[in-house]
Unconditional design. Structure first.
Length: 123
């Protein structure tokens, strides 16, 4: 896989996750705009991706680490702690997290940092 394709893939994932993390209401919901939408299904691989990405963002942008952890918390809210723990102990999770870590490590730090900061800005 070429570096350019990897960068596009990783940044696309970050931006997709960013869009998900900023979605706090169900579509056409006018009852309570601040109430989070019910959680959708999250695969083990998806959990590994979002945790891998936002944990990496927190590492390379320590001044905003709390914000990345809050975004991650928002994404997984509504899923039980036991569900998350079970998923994190799965070999599928470990494998998917390794893939994310490997791909992110190929990116120039400046590119990754920019994508991380853009995700916080909702861009």
């Amino acid at each position: 896989m070429s570096l350019r394709f990897s960068a596009v893939l990783a940044m696309g994932t970050v931006l997709s996750v960013s869009s998900i993390s900023h979605a706090t209401t169900a579509p056409n919901s006018s009852k309570s705009p601040n109430k989070p939408a019910p959680p959708g299904p999250m695969t083990i691989e998806s959990l590994a991706r979002v945790e891998g990405i936002f944990n990496y963002c927190a590492t390379i942008d320590p001044n905003s680490a709390g914000k990345y952890h809050q975004v991650l918390s928002n994404i997984i809210s509504g899923h039980s702690e036991s569900e998350i723990r079970d998923d994190e102990s799965s070999p599928r999770y470990t494998y998917a997290l390794g893939v994310v870590d490997t791909e992110i490590a190929k990116l120039p730090k400046s590119t990754a940092l920019s994508a991380c900061r853009n995700s916080l800005a909702g861009k």
